[in-house]
Design a protein around this ligand. Structure first.
Ligand code: ADP
Ligand code: ASP
Ligand code: MG
Length: 814
């Protein structure tokens, strides 16, 4: 004999019920007991209707109508026309009874637990009846059996306790006598000794099936649901979760107690006692192996088998000086909660004598505060104890595994993973067994915490990086293209899984939790919502992903002013935008401090020399104890381009125009030609070398005439360049005469920085610098005479994008 239970989704519609029929038809056993849930969502609808009726809200009728329509439609799809009328009329008559019951509640304006159970039992009564009629039509040797005739319980409070002796006898007798091969039964419902309908608690159909399986010593209990087994974490919240092929009863029990809803916790006990294995299978993918739950201990397997959470928790604490040394306070505290039927889910380790702190369901919190405050009224009035403090919107997150107790360091790893991801741990809960380590966290952090822990304990070092990209012009577009090309390589070789979750330009923004398809991000972005820098940040914050990185590819000061918000929420920032790092020192410093405090890297390698590893090298020199003595550099790709192309055969004006046209200058070329851009770069290098400097401390001897500097638009600027051509030609010929070339040089020495045009003689490291290349010479204590030289392309969208990419990989390896 086998017992097969099909859950709400498995029987949610005619199509799924046909799948159920195929599964039953292919099952090999002398007898097959099929336990079914209500059609998915119907139990909730029934409870909702009952609630509406009890507060005298007529809308219960609308809900009832929806329930009726759904069942009638399913019948019409499943049952052939000639047999329909009988089934339809039985269901309509049940719906009429249901309506009478609801009307009763409506008229009295109240609902008793007994009436609620009666109403809610119709979900399973209707589904099991319709399914058995369908099986009959499909020529199965099937009979319907009402579970209420077999399973006996105490009186109901929505979760009645089973009277096993009578239940087992009833089942043994009935199933040994029934001649049919397939028996269809409603799950979840039972009856009290005096015959009224009772229920076994939400999710209780699993339990019905387990009770029957144990009573008849079934070969196996199969739980058919909408996922392919018990997963390493809830697959709806953790995409990378995997089905666990084999697990012990104890582990399964612990996982289900701590929130793995796939199995109703009481289900395991009856089958465990009989050693019957449970097989969890997916109705929608029956070929998947699923999870086998048996008594075999997980001796050699992984230490952590699964990660779960229980949402909707609250912490209740009682504290005060009067508690020290007075015996019996905890006893009274627990007694009063127990008398009020409030179950204590966990006790935290806060136990200094000054306070007691317990976790309870958030639904019980108001009641709990009332009863505890009343019980300790005397002490509270005299200031010995403070009024009860309740903290809501919490959740417990738990690691589960048989072998965890033999391994040190797991909790350290768990808490450091949570800490690194800025998940605040409110309390550490004492697990009921040695099979779990649990922590109380804020509810909104659950998804992030589950994913971060899953990555740490299950994903064989694959690390997911979640990118939020602002700015998709030249650099941004190239960057996305590079990510698209490299994704596979990074995953396979560096174990980094990069997903772009958000993209914004100045007009629109989009988010896709599954990752934006990088092949056609442009069309996806075009259809996005209106761009909003604060809204963008808020979405990143609300999505609350681990390893989130904000990538700024703009040149906007408005965007730069949002970095604080990102870093302060443990979101890393990677940027090619120089504004933040060259803004006032306090701002630069506070961003660096935030990055350190919140463990969120703030990287801006591309601020100097595009993709060249200048800042990173500098950081490594400093970190390893070296000291910078002098920096000499050509840091402007634009100016290098201009002076490499300017000679007696061209005009300065034309060369600058060409540089602009080829994308080598800022949109406003004066930013480059005035030296401001180079000032920002040397400022950043000086700061990164450990110096407190501001832009006003940098000497800049401009080579542009004052009149050109004073222009306030590109047209006037270019016009003024034309007027001063003779002066520019003189700069050139003077250099020629001295056998030198013109280079725009930045220098930092003895705490002082300067920028300006210089004649560079033959033989100097700068003399042969080509095209738009950059070069930096670091003279340090370790490189005092022969400097460390970094040289290469220092401008261009491609190299800048690859510099940003490199920063992201640095974070991945962080
Ligand atoms: P049914 O209606 O078939 O009884 P449930 O909704 O009660 O199905 O249980 C299945 C659901 O349990 C899954 O869809 C999944 O969202 C949830 N779940 C939570 N934790 C886990 C886990 N660790 N493994 C598998 N499923 C889980
Ligand atoms: N239908 C009931 C519920 O939704 C029982 C079950 O599905 O297991 O809770
Ligand atoms: Mg269930």
């Amino acid at each position: 004999m086998k017992v097969l239970k099909f859950g709400g989704t498995s029987v949610a519609n005619a199509q799924n019920i046909s799948l159920v029929k195929n599964i039953v038809a292919h099952t090999v056993a002398d007898k097959i007991i099929v336990v079914v849930s209500a059609f998915g969502g119907v139990t909730d609808q029934l409870l909702h209707a009952a609630l509406l009726a009890s507060v005298q809200n007529r809308d219960y009728k609308t809900v009832l109508k929806e329930i009726e329509d759904r069942h009638l439609a399913t019948i019409k799809e499943l049952i052939s026309i000639k047999d329909q009328s009988q089934v339809l009329s039985k269901v309509k008559s049940d719906i009429n009874t249901l309506e009478t019951l609801l009307e009763g509640a409506y008229l009295i304006g109240e609902i008793t637990p007994k009436l609620s159970d009666k109403i809610v039992s119709y979900g399973e009564l209707l589904s099991s009846y319709i399914i058995s009629e369908f099986f009959l039509q499909e020529q199965m040797d099937v009979v319907y059996k009402d579970s209420r005739e077999l399973i006996k319980t105490g009186d109901s409070t929505g979760k009645a306790s089973v009277h096993f002796e009578r239940t087992n006898t009833n089942c043994a007798t009935y199933f040994s006598e029934v001649p049919n091969k397939v028996i269809v039964m409603p799950g979840f419902i039972a009856s009290s000794e005096n015959g009224s309908s009772t229920t076994l608690g939400r999710g209780g159909s699993d339990y019905t099936a387990a009770i029957v399986a144990a009573a008849i010593d079934a070969e196996v209990l199969e739980i058919w649901t909408d996922v392919s087994g018990m997963f390493t974490a809830n697959p709806k919240l953790v995409k990378q979760a995997k089905a666990i092929p084999h697990i012990s009863y104890e582990e399964a029990m612990e996982l289900s107690h701590f929130g793995a809803k796939v199995l109703y916790p009481p289900t395991i006990q009856p089958v465990l006692a009989k050693g019957i294995s449970i097989h969890i299978k997916n109705t929608l993918a029956p070929e998947d192996a699923g999870t086998l739950i048996t008594k075999n201990k997980n001796e050699k397997g992984k230490t952590v088998r699964g990660i779960t959470h229980v949402g909707n928790m609250a912490l209740l604490s009682l504290e005060g000086p009067g508690m020290v040394g007075i015996p019996g306070i905890s006893k009274r505290f627990f007694e009063v909660l127990s008398q009020a039927e409030i179950s204590v889910v966990f006790i935290t380790q806060a136990s200094s004598e000054h306070s007691i702190c317990v976790g309870i369901s958030a639904d019980d919190v108001h009641h709990a505060v009332d009863v505890v405050n009343t019980a300790f009224e005397y002490e509270i009035e005299r200031g010995k104890i403070k009024s009860t403090i309740a903290e809501i919107d919490l959740a417990i997150i738990a690691l589960v595994g048989d072998n965890m107790k033999h391994h040190q360091g797991l909790s350290g790893k768990m808490f450091s993973t949570l800490g690194r991801n800025n998940v605040n741990i409110r309390a550490i809960a004492q697990g009921a067994s040695e099979r779990n380590i649990s922590a109380v966290i804020i509810k909104s952090d659950v998804k992030k915490a589950l994913n971060a822990l899953h990555e740490e304990f299950f994903e064989e070092n694959i690390k997911q990086l979640n990118l939020f990209v602002m700015g998709v012009g030249n650099v941004g577009a190239k960057f996305l293209e590079q990510v698209r090309q490299q994704r596979k390589f990074l995953k396979e070789n560096l174990k980094l899984n990069i997903r772009v979750i958000g993209i914004s330009n100045s007009r629109t923004m989009v988010f896709d939790e599954n990752g934006i398809p990088l092949k056609d991000w442009e069309s996806v972005l075009a259809q996005g919502q209106k761009a909003d820098k604060v809204g963008f940040f808020e979405t990143v914050q609300n999505l609350n992903y681990r390893n989130s990185i904000f990538v700024d590819n703009t040149a906007s000061d408005e965007v730069a002013s949002t970095y604080h918000s990102y870093l302060g929420n443990s979101i890393s920032v990677v940027t090619c935008n120089k504004i933040a790092c060259s803004s006032n020192y306090e701002n630069y410093k506070s961003l660096k401090d935030l990055a350190r405090t919140y463990n969120a890297p703030f990287l801006f390698e591309t601020n100097v020399g595009a993709g060249l590893p200048i800042i990173d090298t500098l950081k490594h020199l400093i970190a390893s104890g070296d000291k910078v003595l002098k920096i000499q550099a050509v840091l402007s790709g634009s100016l290098n381009f201009v002076f490499n192309n300017f000679n007696e055969n061209t005009t300065f004006h034309d060369v600058v125009e060409q540089a602009k046209a080829e994308g080598y200058t800022e949109p406003d070329p004066k930013i480059d030609l005035s030296g401001i851009d180079v000032m920002r770069k040397i400022l950043i290098l000086a700061r990164e070398s450990g110096n407190k400097l501001d832009i006003s401390d940098i000497k800049n001897k401009p080579f542009l005439p004052k009149e050109s500097l004073d222009t306030d638009n590109n047209e006037d600027f270019f016009a003024s360049l034309k007027t001063h051509e003779t002066g520019f030609q003189k700069l050139y010929t003077d250099a020629q005469k001295a056998d030198s070339k013109l280079k725009y040089v930045a220098q930092f020495e003895d705490g002082k920085a300067s920028v300006g045009l210089q004649q560079i003689p033959k033989g100097h490291d700068f003399y042969n610098l080509e095209g738009s290349d950059n070069i930096v010479l670091f003279y340090t204590e370790r490189y005092p005479n022969q400097p460390m030289i970094i040289k290469g392309a220092g401008a261009g969208a491609d190299v800048t994008a690859s510099g940003i990419f490199a920063d992201i990989i640095r974070i991945g390896n962080f």
